[in-house]
Design a protein around this ligand. Structure first.
Ligand SMILES: *[C@@H]1O[C@H](CO)[C@@H](O)[C@H](O)[C@H]1NC(C)=O
Ligand SMILES: *[C@@H]1O[C@H](CO)[C@@H](O)[C@H](O)[C@H]1NC(C)=O
Ligand SMILES: *[C@@H]1O[C@H](CO)[C@@H](O)[C@H](O)[C@H]1NC(C)=O
Ligand SMILES: *[C@@H]1O[C@H](CO)[C@@H](O)[C@H](O)[C@H]1NC(C)=O
Length: 373
């Protein structure tokens, strides 16, 4: 070993580079997404419903924002933790006209929204959200070009809340929707949902195609959670329907519907990968993360989800004319208001969602621009 050390250094660096390539995507290969465009329902609504209809009430927001923050949660949602992880600001809602910035993306999600036009509890079904995105892109691009004289001069500081036109093709497109189609379907056409699921999925895929046509290339798709574990569903079961419950105390037939939806969604996302080969698609198994959390609540330091219905933490109570939350400490609850998850639960779920352990392919969100088998 009498070669000069510098040669060895060089060899080691080269081996390191080759190893990095062969070992797949490494943490250093961050995509540096400049923006996030999100589509969905209350699971990721950071202001759409509040702006379109009425503001969310206290005690929503009590844990993190210390005031109602247009989210149905005591604090941050999974999409907020995603934004934090990508070092981007929290997403402003497209529908919000007050004090907003869209430099790093926009949120089209509205609570109650469904994939199908008549499948949920909000007029802003997925097609509408995509239409709004198309309009957003077209009009902000035209305005940007006008303000910069088609790129010949710099944008002035007071217009820095506009998205950069070139960022649309570099942004991450996140989608988390379908839960309302299932809950609405279970209530309004029970027994027919099996027939409807393929229609929901086809509509979903068409929406992705429209985004692709607009230049979207990096997609991050969440599947739907275990609907049958939500206290809202558990509460209405009568004592003698115990045989409908699984070993974790969730309503089995309801969860089977969600699983069927997810199975078909996963299939179609794989097809999309093949059909739109210059785009990346990450399918994220949020169902498994939520189900594992509910099944292992005790070991993870949470209360049994069934207790959440009684505590109704996210509901308000008026005492001597003052609006109060019904609990002081939601940090041990999985369910905030019997439908939506608490910030503590969202934080735990986000860790697994973000690091890619639940994704197909296994890729962390910061690296989701890389094409993997
Ligand atoms: C709108 O929200 C505010 C604050 O939560 C509440 O006081 C009011 O009753 C709501 N109005 C309607 C029409 O729901
Ligand atoms: C449960 O019952 C309440 C009324 O008791 C009703 O408002 C709610 O829609 C029911 N939930 C489901 C999932 O059917
Ligand atoms: C997508 O690919 C599948 C097969 O993977 C094929 O059956 C289908 O026709 C393709 N659809 C489009 C729109 O290209
Ligand atoms: C991802 O995060 C979860 C939760 O923190 C952890 O259990 C798991 O080991 C992590 N997986 C990877 C691949 O980093």
């Amino acid at each position: 070993m009498d070669s000069p050390p510098v040669t060895w250094m060089f060899v080691l660096v080269v081996i390191g580079l080759i190893g990095g390539e062969m070992g797949g995507v490494k943490a250093s290969k961050s995509c540096r997404f400049p923006a996030i465009y999100n589509f969905g329902d209350s699971n990721s609504d950071t202001g759409g419903s509040s702006s379109a209809f009425n503001e969310t009430a206290s005690p929503n927001g009590m844990t993190f924002f210390r005031k109602p923050s247009a989210r149905l949660c005591d604090g941050r949602l999974i999409i907020d933790f995603i934004a934090e992880n990508l070092k981007l600001p929290f997403l402003n809602a497209y529908l919000d006209s007050i004090g907003t910035s869209y430099r790093h993306g926009a949120n089209f999600a509205v609570a109650g929204s469904s994939v199908l036009e008549d499948g949920g509890y909000s007029p802003f079904h997925l097609d509408y959200q995509v239409l709004q995105f198309i309009q957003f892109k077209k009009r902000t691009t035209a305005l940007y070009n006008q303000l910069t004289n088609n790129g010949k001069k710099k944008i002035s500081p007071c217009n820095r809340n506009l998205p950069l036109p070139n960022d649309f093709s570099k942004a991450l497109y996140t989608v988390d929707i379908g839960q309302n189609d299932l809950s609405y379907g279970l209530k309004n056409y029970p027994g027919k949902l099996q027939e409807i699921i393929p229609v929901i999925i086809t509509t979903f895929v068409q929406a992705i195609h429209k985004l692709y046509k607009e230049g979207a290339r990096f997609f991050w798709v969440h599947n739907t959670g275990p609907l049958g574990c939500l206290p809202f569903y558990l509460h209405n079961l009568t004592a003698n329907s115990g045989n409908l419950l699984d070993q974790s105390g969730c309503v089995k037939p309801t969860n089977e519907i969600a699983q069927e939806y997810n199975r078909q969604l996963k299939d179609r996302v794989s097809q999309l990968k093949a059909n739109l080969s210059d785009a990346t698609f990450t399918y994220v198994d949020v169902y498994s993360a939520k189900y594992a959390l509910i099944s292992n609540a005790k070991n993870l330091g949470f209360d049994d989800i069934k207790k959440s219905y009684d505590s109704q933490c996210g509901k308000t109570e008026i005492v001597n004319g003052r609006v109060l939350g019904k609990c002081n400490d939601p940090s041990e609850l999985i369910s905030w208001d019997s439908v939506h998850y608490s910030e503590a639960a969202n934080l735990l779920l986000s860790k697994q969602i973000i690091n890619g352990s639940l994704s197909h392919p296994h890729v962390s969100i910061a690296e989701a621009c890389h094409k993997l088998p």
